[in-house]
Design a protein around this ligand. Structure first.
Ligand code: SAM
Length: 335
């Protein structure tokens, strides 16, 4: 690791070792909380990082201390050369992982194994095919469920991400937890977060406290085990006694975990986001194409990182569209 200038440390002393790279703005689902109903303005193809550029940028971050890379999107696997990107990144000394909606992941089992990918996060917001269709605007529940089983059987560590929406899928909290009785998966309930165009409303969000209230109404206190969270973990982890899997809550809205944040994001069009909620971005792709040294640009971007949620340090600020709509929509950030 070069790291002599510590360019990935921010002004609060947080060292960033985890890079999430969005490979594409395209997706084969249309999740209502992620993609605005009117669609998005896609970047011109020439503004999207090529696989060589993804690799070069990723390597720069790895040279400065990144040890973990997660690929996301859009749907990372709809990118035509997803296999090439995976193989190139697999040559870096990092833990490589991927977040996918699993619609076509069955075609990638061999390449995922070849690239030594062990941890796969899959979005699944409902266990009911009709609800799944309503939220994703696509009829792919059976395919996704089958592919989740395939991933488990093939030995991957699978986390299922469910964004909870009040009155829509919150009645499934216990069904999701019961899934972990026999399946060795981690179900993660994500608090619905506000981004540009996703019609977020506080009333639609199911909080950490509300999830735990459902849990405590359905299980005896002795059955609910609070697990030790990993360092830099964004989730609060639990297990029901005797169950094979676990469950967790990601509470970015009601209990942000910014103090231990070690994450940075690279968008498909080569912009560095120092925080999921940041309104500002640093273009790395243009200077890279111009042959400039991008390290000072990265350093400057990291030094300008806010302490909490891109400067929306109170729930009140996060709730205000004038703040959160300055950010991109999630489909072009990558979760
Ligand atoms: N296509 C992949 C997938 O479906 O997992 C990767 C991209 S998706 C944007 C990454 C994650 O962001 C998913 O788990 C999704 O549920 C989450 N996400 C998107 N919009 C969100 C929102 N408004 N609040 C909370 N999580 C959100």
């Amino acid at each position: 690791m070069k790291n002599k200038e510590n360019i990935l440390q921010d002004s609060f002393g947080r060292q960033h070792t985890y890079l999430r790279i969005s490979l594409t703005e395209l997706c084969n689902l249309r999740c209502t909380y992620c993609m605005p109903a009117e669609g998005i303005q896609l970047s011109p193809k020439s503004h999207i990082m090529t696989y060589d550029e993804v690799y070069t940028l990723a390597k720069t971050f790895v040279d400065h201390g990144v040890t973990k890379i997660r690929l996301t999107g859009g749907e990372p696997l709809v990118r035509k050369d997803a296999d090439v990107v995976l193989r190139k990144l697999a040559t870096l000394p990092v833990e490589l992982s991927i977040t996918s909606n699993a619609v076509i992941i069955d075609r990638f089992i061999d390449v995922l194994k070849e690239c030594n990918i062990k941890n796969i996060n899959v979005s699944l917001d409902s266990l009911n095919a009709e609800k799944f269709k309503e939220i994703t605007r696509r009829n792919d529940f059976e395919k996704v469920y089958k592919n989740i089983m395939l991933l488990i059987n093939e030995g991957f560590n699978v986390k299922l991400n469910a964004v909870l929406i009040n009155g829509f899928n919150d009645y499934e909290i216990i069904d999701f937890i019961k899934l972990t009785q026999e399946l060795p998966v981690s179900v993660r309930f994500i608090e619905f977060m506000p981004f540009d165009g996703n019609k977020w409303d506080k009333e639609k969000m199911v909080s950490y406290a509300e999830v735990m209230s459902h849990v405590n109404d359905n299980f005896n206190s002795g059955e609910v085990i609070r697990l030790q969270d990993a360092p830099n973990d964004t989730s609060k982890n639990y297990q029901i006694k005797g169950y094979k899997g676990t469950f967790a809550i990601i509470s970015s809205v009601t209990n942000p975990f910014c103090d231990s944040c070690n994450r940075i994001r690279l968008t498909a069009n080569g912009k560095l986001k120092n925080c999921l909620f940041s309104a500002t971005e640093a273009d790395l792709l243009t200077p890279l194409r111009e042959g400039q040294n991008i390290e000072p640009i990265i350093q400057k971007a990291m030094r300008s990182k806010f302490k909490i949620r891109g400067g929306m340090d109170t729930l009140k600020k996060l709730e205000e569209p004038k703040f959160h709509s300055q950010n991109r929509s999630m489909i072009t950030i990558g979760g």
